[in-house]
Design a protein around this ligand. Structure first.
Ligand SMILES: Cc1cc2nc3c(=O)[nH]c(=O)nc-3n(C[C@H](O)[C@H](O)[C@H](O)COP(=O)(O)OP(=O)(O)OC[C@H]3O[C@@H](n4cnc5c(N)ncnc54)[C@H](O)[C@@H]3O)c2cc1C
Length: 457
């Protein structure tokens, strides 16, 4: 293969990284330190033509491929053992058109990169809650975050994508051009090709009233009931994700709260300033929070508020599912596990998926579950590799305890590789159409290192 690699090197604008190169170790280091795979080579692409060449090369040499953008996927799908990694991390251009309110974003950008560029114009794409996540994988799986109730999922703002298909052809996908592919990309993950540019519509939003409030763990049952009731009837301007967590043992948290197991809501209010008091008074009245960090904050700062707590290089094991109702038994099971977090950074989040996200029909995009209220994420995290089993076992046991109350399926971006059996359920009514489109656009299942949709028979 040496001669072929030399030939490919001569054709690329980007670079090839091999196991003996000094950059190899850094290239194969992804966000979740639990994953250790040894690819045969990385093609660090500079443009769409590099991507097409990497695809042809992999096919000609019988190599399995993976696609790496932000490298954040918990299951480590960005890497392939002994195969070729199509590495998009250096494709980082962002072009904003403030008049049309659009952004054309290359796939190597993080959420923080996109936030920074759009914020300069007083605009934003609704994205996720950690700035160091890749925009690419997040978008293709759906995209949940603080603006979901106000503005919908990230995919609801995806206007077009340029895609390199498994054939190596480069096509546009939007309402007029390959509309079926455009439909599939909005939730269908990395199954249909390599997206080399995303065009988003932007919303005008700059600052919000947001941040965490903590309550004693003993209040968890009442808080969950209150949270359920209060957010159900709230306007789309109020978003709050519920969490169990341990208070970090550091500034700016008051010493008497540090390391305490608490329940929390991380709020984001996008409505009129004059209404803040009216909206937040019942929350503060419910039972005075033991910590209240809610204040005016710029969107990029909000979306990277927890980055320091979750730097790259930790052990991660996620489980997740969709949830519609917080019944009393479901609440009890949650409290059982949420008040026994296995490590300081382990946590559980309930991310709302209602409000504006419900205004899109189940079959309008590939993301089928438009009727659920929350995505539940059970997140085992540790800085100690010796605790890998501990966090895995806790996440699995927690998940097994709450799954009877699930509304079925789960968010593909919060699953590990051992969850692949649930792909069908996760796509629900859209699964068969996705399989047909997989057959049309990737009949050989060339792109299979993802939450994989197998081509129709
Ligand atoms: C700390 C943390 C916080 C998170 N918070 C949120 C959140 O708030 N909201 C949310 O919705 N999700 C969140 N996620 C989940 C996140 O959306 C997924 O992990 C997503 O896969 C990350 O995208 P990436 O580009 O970094 O992934 P990578 O690991 O680079 O890629 C993952 C997979 O996505 C596919 N892919 C990526 N880019 C392309 C492309 N250009 N073309 C084709 N396929 C591609 C490939 O199949 C690839 O294997 C979070 C994850 C972490 C670890």
């Amino acid at each position: 293969m040496d001669i072929e690699i030399k030939k490919l090197r001569g054709q690329l604008q980007g670079r090839i990284i091999l196991p003996n190169d000094s950059e190899y170790k850094a290239s194969k280091t992804i966000y979740n330190a639990m994953i250790d795979k040894k690819p045969a080579l990385f093609v660090k692409c500079k443009n769409k033509h590099d991507v097409a060449k990497a695809i042809h090369f992999a096919k000609d040499n019988g190599l399995e491929v993976s696609v790496k953008a932000g490298g954040h996927n918990g299951a480590g799908l960005a890497l392939v053992e002994n195969g070729l990694v199509i590495d998009l991390s250096e494709m980082k251009s962002i072009k904003i058109n403030p008049d049309e309110r659009t952004a054309i974003v290359e796939p190597g950008n993080t959420l923080a990169d996109v936030d920074k560029a759009t914020h300069e114009h007083g605009l934003a794409v609704p994205v996720g809650v950690n700035g160091n996540t890749g925009i690419s994988g997040l978008t293709l799986g759906g995209g949940l975050g603080f603006l979901t109730r106000k503005a919908g999922l990230t995919i609801d703002h995806l206007k077009a994508a340029e895609v390199v298909l498994a054939s190596g052809d480069i096509v546009m996908a939007n309402e007029n051009s390959n509309p079926d592919l455009y439909w599939a990309l909005r939730g269908g993950g990395g199954n249909f090709g390599v997206v080399v540019s995303f065009t988003y519509s932007l919303i005008a939003i700059k600052n919000v009233y947001a941040g965490p409030m903590f309550w004693p763990i003993e209040k968890a049952k009442d808080l969950m009931r209150f949270y359920d009731r209060y957010t159900k009837d709230a306007s789309n301007d109020l978003y709050g994700f519920f969490a169990f967590l341990n208070v970090p043992d550091t500034e700016p948290f008051p010493e008497h709260l540090r390391k305490k197991n608490v329940c929390a809501i991380i709020w984001c209010y996008t409505g009129a300033k004059e209404k803040i008091e009216e909206v937040f008074e019942p929350i503060r009245q419910f039972g005075p929070p033991i910590l209240d960090f809610v204040s005016d904050i710029a969107i990029p700062a909000l979306n990277s508020m927890f980055d320091w707590l979750y730097p790259p290089g930790l052990q991660w094991y996620w489980k997740g599912h969709y949830l519609n109702e917080l019944t009393d038994v479901c609440i009890d099971e949650n409290i059982n596990y949420g008040s026994n977090l296995p490590t300081p950074r382990s946590t559980m989040h309930l991310y709302p998926v209602d409000g504006k996200a419900h205004e899109v029909g189940q079959q309008e995009t590939a993301w089928a579950h438009r009727d659920i209220r929350w995505v539940q994420a059970i997140i085992g995290v540790s800085d100690d590799p010796n605790k890998a089993d501990l966090i895995r076992n806790w996440s699995k046991a927690y998940y097994d305890a709450v799954i009877p109350y699930s509304s079925g399926g789960g968010y593909v971006n919060f699953t590990m590789q051992d969850d692949e059996a649930r792909v069908k359920e996760s796509y629900g009514v859209n699964f068969e159409r996705l399989r047909s489109l997989k057959k049309k656009y990737d009949p050989e299942n060339f792109f299979r290192l993802n939450q994989n949709i197998k081509p129709a028979d």
